[in-house]
Design a protein around this ligand. Structure first.
Ligand code: NDP
Length: 684
């Protein structure tokens, strides 16, 4: 490290700002200065004006699919440069595996959102949340919902514990939604966020201004936000409580998504005995959650709720595990737990442990020979793993209210499952809870009650254990965020989090109008029919609404017999005249799958052509029976087309979904579904 640490810079309006030193940020491992924050003032009016005037139009010039592709390219770019990020992250005090969560977990979230976007979003900026709802008898007045970019700015205020993951898990869905972001990382670890934003900026992969960075305070930024903006926050409940009542946010109804303190619990269910694999799993999970990232995870287990008859056995098993954990400079071989993020955190955790231990037993802690290893660690922010035991957790409110954001957890005994669930609820809303049981009925009962107080619940047993991602890991596909004290917000959860950054609007009108608005053909809307069969057109030539009304076919008994022979399906409804008479149809009817197959025979264009594959059906319903002698006819209409760009490993192609209606001779719908196809693009 150089003698003079570098001055961190903010990225505002596509310019790096910061040449005057402000405060020093120190290595959590040995206290040496790592970087300096800057004293230069940020002009937040300029930052917002750049986001609105430059970044927003550039983001909206891309569609959802194109932004998803940029996210993927960015994830690849960062992954190739991860070692530099590991080097700088070492100063946060985390081990390589702690920093893996932050760095590769963050990059993984970008990859995940790139693929969620690719699979679930259209190649436009209008997301249709269908299906449309009929609002009239004749079918010419329908309603539906669309989601469109909010045309505002997303302000993300992040916690110190995961400077990279915390930033990217909020950025990915905002960017996909088409919102420029202004990120304010926690100052203590802002050197990691700055290094990451520098790489992102250097990559040139995102439109300028997609991501602005504030090192230091956020000044009057919140006071300058407008109705179309959003704020998301992760940090302490106190700061959340203060920021969410910002006058400007309230006056303009600006959404504030909060994620704050959470006294997460793990319950060892009453059915588990000492010696069961589940007993060992519980102990392992608690120990892991206490020590991973030195316990500085918003999801860490703070309260371990255990049957009273096992409390001493669990305490002993945890003691034994914690005693084996080597604490110190993560660069030293064998170290499994590093430092807290800063001296300030060290003091804060010490103060909270002192409060928590009042009236409780210390099962394991600093008294048990705590001696961090490594050079200069005396100046670091180390803290002993500390396990407390609260024998009467109904009488002690502190253990449910006070979060020591470090390697600290409290054991608490219970008699009956109901009691365990009441203790869990005393957290007044948590991000995550675990139930460790071997009995499905107990899992069902516990989850039913605990779900009202939790954002996520992990049920751990011997079957899930080998592949479980663990209590403490939020996943991009699943919701992260909990009710009540946990902040009441929601992040991640697949496409849900993209929707948080979009505006939903209900639209009503005729099917033709809604087809144009949603970019998806709505039944009853006008179609185009021309001499060229839709399957003979390249992707670029197909328009939503291109349609084909097929010739007809009369279904005979021979069709049913043949289809039964080919498929082996001799269900009585198709083959037993007597039994079929007693059914609601009063006669033998054709197989639904025959109707599907026959419809394909009616609408396909058999010669080789641009349609490359049929990869599935959606929303299939057999609406009315088809009897022997009925005549069927199909209408095939282009419902939706998605251009996912081109991949080097595939011929250029797009996705086309076709709306299929199969009717009988009376014009009644007998089958209804969407066919999903891949269609080649025009040769260059
Ligand atoms: P804070 O709430 O103090 O800080 C969180 C973020 O808010 C930081 O970026 C901080 O910036 C920023 N901030 C603070 N004050 C303001 C303000 N007036 N206007 C705008 N931004 C502001 O939490 P800490 O990071 O200090 O952590 C304190 C405690 O919070 C922990 O001990 C733990 O209990 C809890 N916590 C909970 C987490 C969770 O995910 N549930 C995660 C992290 C912490 P700056 O750093 O510049 O002050």
């Amino acid at each position: 490290m150089s003698a003079t640490p570098p001055i961190l810079q903010s990225l505002i309006a596509n310019r790096w700002i910061g040449s005057q030193a402000a405060r020093a940020l120190h290595s959590a491992v040995n206290g040496r200065p790592v970087a300096l924050t800057h004293a230069d003032e940020i002009d937040f009016a300029e930052s917002l004006s750049y986001a609105r005037g430059q970044a927003l139009p550039a983001l909206l010039a891309l569609d959802f699919q194109q932004r998803a592709a940029r996210l993927k390219a960015l994830a690849t770019y960062l992954l190739e440069r991860k070692e530099g990020l590991y080097a700088i992250s070492a100063h946060t005090g985390g081990t390589r595996s702690d920093n893996w969560i932050d760095i590769e977990g963050g990059i993984g979230t970008l990859f995940a959102y790139a693929s969620i976007g690719r699979r679930e979003l259209p190649s436009s900026n209008v997301m249709h949340e269908g299906p449309a709802i009929p609002l009239s008898k004749e079918g010419q007045f329908i309603g539906s919902h669309i989601l469109v970019p909010k045309r505002g700015v997303a302000v993300h205020i992040n916690a110190f514990n995961f400077p990279m993951w915390g930033m990217l898990e909020k950025f990915a869905p905002s960017f996909l939604a088409g919102m420029p972001c202004i990120v304010k990382p926690a100052t203590a670890t802002s050197f990691v966020a700055e290094a990451c934003v520098r790489l992102i900026h250097e990559s040139g992969l995102l439109p300028a201004g997609s991501l602005q960075l504030i090192v230091g305070g956020s000044g009057d930024l919140l006071d300058r936000l407008e109705e179309t903006d959003v704020v998301t926050f992760t940090g302490s409940a106190d700061t959340a409580a203060m920021l969410r009542v910002n006058k400007n946010l309230i006056a303009r109804s600006i959404p504030f998504n909060g994620e704050a303190d959470s006294l997460n619990c793990a319950i060892l269910a009453p059915d588990v005995e000492v010696g069961d694999p589940e007993f060992e799993l519980f102990v392992k999970e608690v120990a892991r959650e206490m020590t991973a990232k030195t316990g500085q995870k918003c999801t860490a287990i703070r309260r371990a709720i255990v049957p009273a008859r096992h409390i001493d056995a669990v305490a002993e098993a945890l003691r034994a595990r914690l005693a084996k954990i080597k604490v110190g400079d993560p660069a030293v071989d064998g170290v499994r737990m590093g430092a807290l993020a800063s001296k300030a955190q060290q003091a804060d955790v010490a103060e909270r442990v002192a409060l928590l231990s009042a009236g409780n037993e210390i099962v394991f802690g600093a008294k048990d020979g705590f001696a961090p290893v490594g050079e200069g660690v005396g100046e670091g922010a180390f803290f002993a793993p500390t396990l407390l035991l609260c024998r009467d957790a109904f009488a002690n409110e502190q253990v449910h209210n006070l979060e020591a954001f470090g390697p600290v957890s409290t054991l608490m005994p219970y008699q009956e499952l109901d009691e365990a669930l009441s203790l869990a609820a005393k957290g007044r809303g948590s991000l995550v809870g675990s139930v460790v049981t071997k009995t499905p009925a107990i899992a069902a009962q516990a989850v039913y009650h605990a779900a009202a107080f939790h954002g996520r619940l992990l049920v751990l047993d011997r079957d899930a254990a080998k592949e479980s991602t663990g209590h403490g890991s939020p996943l991009p596909q699943l919701k992260h965020g909990g009710p009540g004290r946990a902040g009441g917000g929601e992040e991640l959860g697949g496409i849900r989090s993209v929707k948080h950054y979009l505006q939903r609007c209900a639209v009503q009108g005729s099917p033709t109008m809604l087809s144009a608005i949603t970019g998806e053909y709505q039944r009853g809307g006008r179609v185009q029919e021309d001499a060229v069969h839709p399957f003979r057109k390249y992707f670029e030539e197909i328009q939503v609404g291109d349609s084909l009304l097929t010739h007809r076919r009369t279904v005979s008994e021979a069709d049913i017999v043949n289809f039964g022979g080919v498929s082996g399906d001799y269900f009585y409804m198709h083959f037993d005249e007597v039994a079929a008479k007693d059914t609601q149809f009063g006669q033998r009817i054709a197989h639904g799958y025959f109707v599907l197959s026959a419809a394909a025979g009616l609408f396909v264009s058999p010669a080789p052509g641009p349609v490359l594959a049929n990869y599935g059906l959606d929303t299939l319903r057999f609406v009315n029976p088809v009897a022997i002698g009925d005549t069927i006819q199909a209408r095939l209409t282009c419902k939706r087309r998605i251009d996912r760009g081109n991949r080097p490993d595939q011929p250029p192609q797009g996705v086309v979904a076709w709306d299929v209606q199969v009717m009988n001779q009376r014009g009644e719908l007998v089958a209804s579904y969407d066919i999903l196809t891949l269609v080649a693009k025009k040769p260059a």
